[in-house]
Design a protein. Sequence first.
Length: 331
Amino acid sequence: MPYIARSLEPVILRATRQFPVVVLTGPRQSGKTTLLRRLLRGSHSYVSLEPPDVRAAAAGDPRGFLELRSPPVIFDEIQYATALLSYIKERVDQARRKAGQYVLTGSQNLALTESVTETLAGRAAMLRLLPLTFREMAGQPQAALPWEKRRVSKPRGAAYKDLWEKLLRGSFPEIVAGPGRDASLWYGSYIQTYLERDVRSLRQVGDLTQFQVFLRALAARSAQLLSLSELARDLGVAVNTVKAWSSILEATYQVILLRPYFVNVGKRLVKSPKIYFSDVGTLCHLVGLRQAEHAMAGPMAGAILETAVVAEVYRTLIHRGEEPKIYFWRT
């Protein structure tokens, strides 16, 4: 599979020159492992903590595990062995000025961020890698945002249909780099894997079927104001359940919550946010759209395009190493 250059690459290199630990999080299949192994080959060794035997070794004797794997090293899927973090802190503190000792990756924002902030505060740079931006797909990872250019042309005719074909296929590297791959089959497998692995590990969701119904109901509301009580009523579950499920999606980078803009900062936090799926391909799969003609002429066309724009801006800023300060204007 051909490698697609990512706009986060210079940010990662800069972080490894300034911090002893760099933590890279993001959704599954966003390309974290591929990026790091290519970018840091020759300088860092690589260890995956996903295999059960490696995980058991790290949990059974973390100090000995680190002794056998001297830095600089990449520890992939660190959320499977968070006990290592305390021992990594100990080793980092022995050579605090030495940058780029450990590069850690993980797919679960909530659990990993809590562990890192408690253990490695002040020692780690936190970065995120999301699915591809349109600039990265086009081979221009450092290109400017549309409004940073003088003129932006509107796609018409065949180009407009081509845009919709790309939206339906989504922005995960494996799909973009493999144009012959069946996107519908891939997304079906991805969602099932996500449900079984991430959802079960983050929260004790008893009924995965009901959670999948929730996913589809939320997809139908992308680019709309998020009303938890209305969603709970439609699904026949408690509001607290819907709130917990929404937090799972946000923690695993599946959705973006966009706050309304008010001069009063307090109002921004309490007023209803808008919800957007971070990958339009996932959104289209969940609402059952498989053909560009149906998507561009259907009732969700506007919501899909709005989701694509918000996700593009959000991913572009994240891949610059910035925290997105974006809002929607609520009249």
